[in-house]
Design a protein around this ligand. Structure first.
Ligand code: FE
Length: 207
């Protein structure tokens, strides 16, 4: 069974929380105690920078350290914790390694279970009913919406997250990155590539 416990943001809790946060922000802004632009900057940092950079470090290490990659395959929770990334919403992790044969994509069909410790807070689209229903029914069409076209021979496997198990996709290492160190490689690892709605960036500078 797909079991979603109450320790994370189910719809009703989120709505309640959103309303409370909005009320607080309004009061603080009116009193001149916070600058909305600063709040936006902090949210952007956690949504787009800090969170996914943890996951990118995990992926880059998996690409460069075969022993770590093996550990990640066998026990992703422990391998990721060893890098210092632990906490709520990351207690039980599984790494899904993309290959020429199989592309993995992650969804939570019931709500928004997501590996916070490695990816930060989920993007808005991840929580949308459209993504949650279409990812399972027509994954290739969803990928096309994200600008991703896979080779016909590459299967798409969709994984449904739960409160008990969160997934981290390990995208394929881009061609032309032989000899790159982990820091340089991590810059190619996007958040979407670790959800499976994107690929790692090309090693070539974008035109
Ligand atoms: Fe969920």
């Amino acid at each position: 069974m797909h079991d979603h416990d109450n320790d994370h943001d189910h719809g009703s809790d989120l709505d309640e929380m959103t309303a409370r946060v909005r009320a607080l922000e309004t009061i603080l802004t009116r009193k001149g105690l916070v600058d909305p632009a600063a709040v936006d900057a902090i949210i952007d940092t956690y949504q787009n920078k800090v969170g996914p950079r943890n996951g990118a470090a995990v992926v880059a290490r998996a690409w460069t350290d075969p022993a770590f990659a093996d550990h990640l395959r066998r026990d992703a929770t422990a391998a990721i914790a060893q890098m210092g990334f632990t906490g709520r919403q990351g207690e039980h992790m599984q790494a899904l390694f993309n290959s020429a044969d199989t592309h993995h994509m992650v969804v939570c069909t019931l709500c928004s279970c997501y590996p916070w410790t490695v990816l930060g807070v989920p993007p808005v689209w991840y929580k949308s009913p459209a993504y949650r229903s279409r990812a399972v029914r027509e994954p290739r069409a969803v990928l096309a919406d994200f600008g991703v076209t896979l080779p016909a021979g590459q299967a798409v496997k969709v994984w449904d997250s739960t409160a008990e198990l969160r997934y981290l996709v390990i995208p394929q290492r881009p061609a032309g990155t032989e000899g790159w160190d982990a820091d340089r490689l991590a810059a190619l690892v996007t958040r979407d590539s670790m959800i499976g709605t994107g690929l790692a960036l090309s090693a070539e500078p974008q035109p």
